[in-house]
Design a protein around this ligand. Sequence first.
Ligand code: PLP
Length: 391
Amino acid sequence: MERWQQQLEALEQAQMRRALRCVDGPQSAEVTLEGAQVLLLCSNNYLGLADHPALIEAACDATRRYGVGSGASRLVSGSMTLHHRFEERIAAFKGTESALLFNSGFAANSGILPALLEEGDVIFSDGLNHASIIDGCRLGAARTVVYPHNDVAALEALMEEEAKKRRGRWLIVSDGVFSMDGDVAPLAELVRLKERFEALLMVDDAHGTGVLGATGRGSAELCGCLDQVDLHMGTLGKGLGGAGAYLAAPQVVIDTLINRCRPFIFSTSLPPAVAAAAIAALDIVASDEGARLRAQLQENRARFVAPLQAAGLDLAGSVTQIVPILTGEPKPTMQAAARLLTDGIFLSGIRPPTVAPGRCRLRATVMATHDPKRLEWAAQLIVAALQGEGA
Ligand SMILES: *Cc1c(COP(=O)(O)O)cnc(C)c1O
C-alpha cells in the first residue's frame, strides 16, 4: 500500500495525478458538474445521440422485450437477435461482407490484432495510434513497426526496407481521426501503399463513424476510399451515442475472430438494449436529421475555432470536431483547465502518457447540440486563460 501511496504522491507533485469527476444528468451541451452548471466541452457525444429520444426509446423497448442482460458470451447463449441485426446493418453501412460486434473499442483493438496476425507477420502502426491498438500490437506475436505520425514517405521507406526480408502477412493500422490531435489519416495514400506492398489496411474510425463523410460513413468516405479499406473498425460510444464497437470486414476475417479473438470469446456480450440503440443511431445517421446534425457540427466547429485561430493558438493540425489547444507543460495546462472550470467551461487537460512530454494540451470536443454563441464565448475565455493576465 505504501508504495502505491508514494507513487500517487509523486504524480501529484508533477501535476500528473488523475481523478474522477461526477457529471450529473446526460451528456448534454450544458451539464451539472459536482453542483456547478457548466458548458460540456469534453464529451464525444458529437451528434447528441447519447440522449436522443429515438435511442432512449429503442433501448427501453429492447429491454422490455429482451431483458437487461445477455446472459452469456456470444459463443454460448449470448448471441441474440439484436446483435445479429446490428451486425447486418453495420456491414451494409460500411459495404463489407460481414461484421462483428465487440463490447468496447478497447476490447476490439486489443483482441483483433493478436487474433489475426502471427509470428512472422508485420504490423505497421502510426506513432499516434490509440492505446488499444498499441496494446493489441503488444499482445500478439507479430512484429510491430511504428511509423512517424501520418508520414506516408517514412512509412513507404520502412516498408521498402522490410520488404527485403519479408516472410508473412502485412497490416497497416491507423486511427481514421486521431483522438488527441483531431487530424485525419492520409487514407488514400495508405491505400496506395497497401496495394503496392500487398498489405491489408485497418482503420479505427472511433471518432469518424457517423460524423465524417457526406453520408456519415466515416473518415474513409471523407478520403474517397471507403471500398479500399479492408478492416473497418469503429466504436459505438462516441458519435453513435451508445457503447461498444464493431469490425466490418470480409467473412473469413470475421469467422477467424469468432474462433480466435479472446476478448470476443471470453466476455459476456453487450445488453440487447445497447445493440438496439446502435441500430437506432444508424437510422438517424442515414436520415435527413443525420445530415443536418453533421452540418451543424461543422458549423459549430467553425464558430468555435475562429477566435482560437485569430489569437494564433496552436491547434495541432485539427480538421475535425476534436480541437486540441497546445499548452506544453502539465502545470500551465492544468491551471488553465481549472480556471476555465471556475468560468463554467468543462474541458480536459491532457498530459503524458496520453500525449508526448511537452505536448500537453487542452482538448475541446464540439457537439452538434452546442449553442454556437456559447462556443464563441468559451473560445474567448480559452484565449484569455492562455494569453491573458496570469497566464
Ligand atoms: C475511444 C477510442 C477507442 C476505444 O473505444 P471504447 O469503445 O471507448 O473502448 C479506440 N480507438 C480510438 C481511436 C478511440 O478514440
